[in-house]
Design a protein around this ligand. Structure first.
Ligand SMILES: [Zn+2]
Length: 198
């Protein structure tokens, strides 16, 4: 499976790896039938896995969860990023938002998850909630990866985001869990991507 093809569930997008083409739109987007804030749009395979994961979390005692943010198109990312540039400048924007074409959310395979009722939504302390702890330990069973671990900012280019999960399929997620390799960059032997190319 390809890490370059944006249609591959193994595609690696980071600050050194813009999607090709940058305006890529997945062809199999669906609305995920789970509680949500923003449109719960994901690729079909990721949506099905998300439904199963939310259900298992409830059954296994983690509590309720909500999809905060899922697919974001190139044009939406342009608006979000430019909004940050206007208020915080380019450096400020880069610390808070991915540039258009560089966001995992554009693959339709990434999701920001919060607890229900909302506790520490999109904050580091989400990692200490029952939902955050359960997800960190169990997301791999459903094919998801905690994409931005606390100790890997120099590798991923992103601060700890215990709410951001990336669908990579159960076989790869299980292999990463088993081997203890926590980033796609390290697993695939890619260069660290702490920042955009100058
Ligand atoms: Zn995210």
């Amino acid at each position: 499976m390809s890490i370059d093809d944006p249609t591959s569930i193994w595609v690696v997008a980071n600050k050194l790896r813009q999607l090709t083409p940058p305006t890529y739109v997945p062809s199999d987007l669906v609305e995920t039938p789970v509680p949500h804030l923003n449109p719960p749009t994901l690729r079909k395979e990721a949506a099905d896995a998300m439904v199963a994961m939310f259900a298992a979390g409830k059954v296994e005692g983690a509590g309720g969860m909500q999809l905060q943010s899922a697919y974001r198109s190139y044009s939406v990312q342009v608006k979000v990023y430019n909004g940050y540039v206007a208020s915080a400048g380019k450096a400020g924007a880069d610390s808070q938002s991915a540039r258009p074409g560089f966001s995992e959310h554009q693959t339709g395979l990434a999701a920001d998850i919060s607890s229900l009722p909302l506790t520490c939504a999109l904050q580091a302390c989400f990692g200490q909630t029952p939902q955050g702890m359960w997800l960190a330990a169990n997301a791999y069973r459903f094919g998801f990866l905690l994409r931005y671990p606390a100790d890997k900012t120099p590798v991923t280019g992103y601060i700890y985001e215990p709410w951001h999960f990336r669908y990579i399929g159960i076989p790869l997620a299980t292999e990463m869990h088993t081997t203890g390799v926590t980033t796609l960059e390290e697993f695939f032997g890619l260069p660290a991507a702490p920042d955009y190319a100058p």
